[in-house]
Structure formats: structure tokens, C-alpha cells
Design a protein around this ligand. Structure first.
Ligand code: ADP
Ligand code: MG
Length: 225
């Protein structure tokens, strides 16, 4: 059996101290295997962004253990955390409003590949095809719809062939039909490419496309049956 792409073991993150201390993550344990797409549902302030920041090697926890693709990130320098992100992790953001406006869709992927200095086994054209955007390859973000920009954002996150895909509220800016399409696409790509996906959301409608669902309340995670 291969190691899970993500392991969180009794992870705690707190902000502030004394009476004003907030436990953003209060003993969180989670394992996500390659090819699995997992949803974490919680209200604003429940700790979702903190969980993604820890899983995404953007920050290290106060205590507990985090492993990404078998490597412990505890005690790593900022430089090594950046390497772990580059080598193993893809990020999809809320609205993919962060695509450089001057670049055509295909060039968004090319830029990402150059920055990473690596690519996965799929070419950029194959990725554009997989997200249903081949016919928009020469379009710039301003001429794409919200759903289309999100598709480019997903393709860009997959350019390096990540082990772990972290997705933050991907449906926030989309209508219902597009929301379902995007989450179905994310699940499909994780299954197809053997990527471990974690999506945080408060959109209860779309979690039917996920393999497992957890509720997050006050920094604690509980599996749904
Ligand atoms: P979510 O993404 O679910 O809205 P967050 O992870 O952003 O939740 O926040 C969890 C808790 O931690 C909240 O109570 C929030 O106010 C607090 N928090 C988050 N970031 C900071 C910070 N940098 N400093 C102090 N408190 C923070
Ligand atoms: Mg948040």
C-alpha cells in the first residue's frame, strides 16, 4: 500500500494567547489517499482556511504532525516548505480571479509549468482538453466566464502533476449548474490522475460528488456517515 498523499495527525493551530486565544485547529487528524476527493464542510470561522494552509505547507502547526507525499513538514524552513509546495501541491482558489489578465489560456499553463520547473505526465493541450477548454485556448481571462476561468484554474493547478490538490470554495462565484460541473470535474480529475483532493466549502449541494465528507466545527473534524 502506498502512503497517503496527505496525513494530518492531531494537528493544533492557535492564534493569540491568554483569554483571547483561538484554537483554529483543535486536534485535527485526516488522511487522504491518491485518487480520493474529500470535502470539508464548515461555516465561516470554523478553521477551513487554516486547515488548507497547513495541508498546503504554507504554515506549520503549533503541534501535531503533517506529512505531504510521505514527507514530514514539521520544522522545515520556508525555503523547504516552498519546495514541498512546488513538488507536490496544486492549489485551486475561490474564483480564479488571480489568472494574469494578459495571458491566453494556454499561456497560463505554460507560465505555471515554467515557474514550477516541472510538468506532470499530461501536456498542456491534454489538460485543456480534460477541463473542456480546448476551444478557448486562445482566450484571455476577461473573455471567459466564471466557470471557464475556474476550469483554467483547475488545469493550471494540475500542470506540475501534483500529489495533492487543495481547493478553496471553488463554487463561491458560480451558478448552480456550473457549480456542479466544476466539482464533478475536480472529482473526476482526482480519480483519473490519482491525485488526493481536499475541497473546503460551505456549499452543501455539491458534496454529493465527493468520496468522503467531513464537518468542521470550531476547529474539529467529524466524518459524515
Ligand atoms: P474559515 O476559513 O473556516 O472561515 P479560518 O481558518 O480562517 O476559518 O479561521 C479559524 C479561526 O481562527 C477564526 O476564529 C479566525 O478568526 C481565527 N484566525 C484565522 N486566522 C487568524 C490570524 N491570522 N490571527 C488571529 N486569528 C485568526
Ligand atoms: Mg476561509
Amino acid at each position: 500500500m502506498t502512503t497517503p498523499a496527505l496525513i494530518l495527525d492531531n494537528v493544533r493551530v492557535s492564534y493569540g494567547d491568554g483569554d483571547s486565544q483561538v484554537h483554529a485547529l483543535d486536534g485535527v487528524s485526516l488522511q487522504v489517499n491518491r485518487g480520493e476527493f474529500v470535502a470539508i464542510v464548515g461555516h465561516s470561522g470554523s478553521g477551513k482556511s487554516t486547515l488548507l494552509a497547513v495541508a498546503g505547507a504554507l504554515t506549520t502547526p503549533n503541534s501535531g504532525e503533517v506529512q505531504v507525499a510521505g514527507e514530514s513538514i514539521t520544522g522545515l524552513s520556508d525555503k523547504d516548505l516552498a519546495r514541498v509546495r512546488r513538488e507536490h501541491i496544486g492549489f485551486v482558489f475561490q474564483s480564479s480571479g488571480n489568472l494574469p489578465s494578459a495571458l491566453k489560456a494556454r499561456d497560463q499553463l505554460e507560465l505555471a509549468a515554467r515557474i514550477l520547473g516541472r510538468r506532470g505526465r499530461r501536456s498542456n493541450d491534454e489538460l485543456l482538453d480534460a477541463v473542456g477548454m480546448s476551444h478557448r485556448a486562445d482566450h484571455r481571462p476577461a473573455t471567459l466566464s466564471g466557470g471557464e476561468r475556474q476550469r483554467i484554474g483547475i488545469a493550471r493547478a494540475l500542470v506540475g502533476g501534483p500529489d495533492l490538490l487543495l481547493v478553496d470554495e471553488p463554487t463561491a462565484a458560480l451558478d448552480r449548474n456550473r457549480a456542479h460541473e466544476i466539482v464533478r470535474l475536480l472529482a473526476h480529475e482526482c480519480h483519473e490522475l490519482g491525485v488526493a483532493g481536499v475541497m473546503v466549502t460551505h456549499d452543501l449541494e455539491v458534496i454529493e460528488h465527493c468520496d468522503r465528507v467531513y464537518d468542521m466545527v470550531d476547529g474539529r473534524l467529524t466524518p459524515r456517515d
